[in-house]
Design a protein around this ligand. Structure first.
Ligand code: NDP
Ligand code: 2IT
Length: 447
């Protein structure tokens, strides 16, 4: 239910951003949580903080021409939405996927504002990407695309202005090409302009692992709050990319048994527990379909084509592929199958109906902007190391990440309690993230 004033804010968002359904969904979820804040503190409404937060500070759309290995010319569209810089430079990833359009970039950028606020670190919110499809492209095609993309984007970036990183379809390889082109065009070795860099040229320990590890740490805290742990628990992780792989790694280290994971072609069930080295080889190195995992693993694993991994029963679910992958129906089946905790490694992977089902069934539900904040938090640590020309050890960086995740978990619960919604991590995350950004905006006057 929306507070009366917020309902008119939402109607305005619908009117001003037609057809951008993922953006509408992300805005609505936040507006549904912050009603009680407006009741307590009328200043936010008086200064139209919410209305301002829903309007990006700047939206950039550009042409990305590039040539494939056969010499054919392709035109893609590039985006960067610089949403909010109240807390620091715009910060957020780049996504390369054919589904990318303005509505996806805006939903991700909007989520990023509150997520980055929740980390307690000095980073604003932004997101970008392209409708470029990297599947089946050679290394050289990827390089040419990244160079063309950066040739336009560089003018909007800067370590004090806007600092991209990876997301779907953008990993270490792409970040290398993007940074190389930025350095070449600007003639500046400005390490802090992009994060997720390789360890040989200014990257930080644990950034690659951070989103997955952080999500596992967050779920560990949720399980602790229920008086239990990962030990011996049956876990399903969707996706088989960066977030999924490092979620699986940390869950296994914490004693959980990951019995299934997925990619865009289907899912694999491996009752003895996913063989992570094999998964990294197939998806990370060879960039093949998940069916190749089952073929090489032999009789232990089964590949199921074209179906949702959420039909596999689990006690803990960590959706780590993409938005709206868990529907209300999936959630009902998961609850029947004994699911007690959900940690969103992906951004907005659960539909609003799905969230309702989980919360009504008493499942601990950790929303993406809290549970997957470890990635961007470690990006901020990378910026910190770049600014001081320092490098930290793996152990030190991982300890910092775990402290940040524990702190986010604690603050979600504390804020939810304060506003009379005990155990509601969605409300806690939205309210805490909102207040941090809103208070900074109030202090800066009408900007
Ligand atoms: P990757 O590109 O490394 O992996 C994405 C995985 O999800 C792949 O296995 C891919 O399948 C699958 N996938 C992607 N889109 C779809 C789709 N439309 N339908 C089915 N499967 C799909 O991306 P990341 O692991 O980095 O990102 C995963 C999620 O985590 C995203 O929601 C992202 O926004 C979020 N996230 C990422 C962070 C990061 O630091 N990277 C930080 C916080 C959140 P296939 O292999 O077949 O392409
Ligand atoms: O969704 C996300 O938080 C990311 N893709 C990571 C952003 C970042 O700047 O590290």
């Amino acid at each position: 239910m929306l507070h009366e004033r917020l309902s008119s804010v939402y109607d305005n968002v619908l009117r001003r951003n037609p057809g951008e359904i993922e953006f509408h969904q992300a805005v609505r979820e936040v507006l549904e949580s912050i009603g009680p804040v407006l009741g307590k503190d009328p200043e936010y409404a008086e200064h139209k903080i919410i209305e301002r937060i829903c309007e990006p500070e700047r939206q950039i759309i550009f042409r990305v021409p590039w040539e494939d290995d056969q010499g054919e010319v392709h035109i893609n569209r590039g985006f960067r939405v610089e949403f909010n810089s109240a807390l620091g430079p715009y910060k957020g990833g780049l996504r390369f996927h054919p589904s990318v359009y303005l509505g996806i970039v805006k939903f991700l950028g909007f989520e990023q504002i509150f997520k980055n606020g929740l980390t307690g670190l000095p980073i604003g919110g932004g997101k970008g990407g392209s409708d470029f499809d990297p599947k089946g492209r050679s290394d050289r095609e990827i390089m040419r695309f990244c160079q063309s993309f950066m040739t336009e984007l560089y003018r909007h970036l800067g370590e004090y202005t806007d600092v991209p990183a990876g997301d779907i379809g953008v990993g270490g390889r792409e970040i290398g090409y993007l940074f190389g082109q930025y350095k070449r065009i600007t003639n500046r070795y400005e390490s802090g302009v992009i994060t997720g860099k390789g360890l040989t040229y200014g990257g930080a320990q644990v950034r690659t692992e951070a989103t997955g590890y952080g999500c596992a740490f967050f779920v560990e805290e949720m399980l602790k709050a229920r008086g239990t742990s990962f030990d011996g628990r049956r876990v399903v992780v969707s996706g088989a990319g960066n977030v999924a792989i490092y979620s699986i790694e940390k869950v296994q280290q914490l004693g959980g048994i990951v019995v299934a994971c997925s990619d865009s072609s289907g899912y694999v069930v491996d009752e003895k527990g996913i063989d992570l080295d094999l998964l990294k080889q197939i998806k990370g190195v060879e960039r093949r379909r998940l069916s190749a995992y089952a073929e090489r693993r032999g009789t232990d694993a089964t590949f199921v084509a074209g179906r949702s991994v959420w039909e596999v029963p689990c006690e803990v679910a960590m959706p780590s592929a993409t938005e709206n992958e868990i529907t209300g129906k999936d959630a009902e089946a998961m609850v029947r199958g004994g699911c007690m905790a959900v940690g969103e490694g992906a951004n907005m992977p659960t539909t609003p109906e799905g969230i309702r089902v989980f919360q009504e069934a008493g499942v601990s539900f950790g929303p993406g902007k809290a549970a997957n904040a470890g990635g961007v938090a470690t990006s901020a640590l990378e910026m910190q190391q770049n600014a001081s020309r320092d490098r930290w050890t793996f152990e030190f960086s991982e300890r910092k990440l775990q402290e940040i995740m524990k702190d986010i978990h604690r603050r979600c619960l504390q804020t939810a309690d304060e506003y009379g919604m005990p155990g509601d991590y969605v409300a806690g995350a939205n309210i805490d993230g909102f207040k941090r950004v809103a208070d900074a905006m109030l202090a800066m006057g009408l900007i």
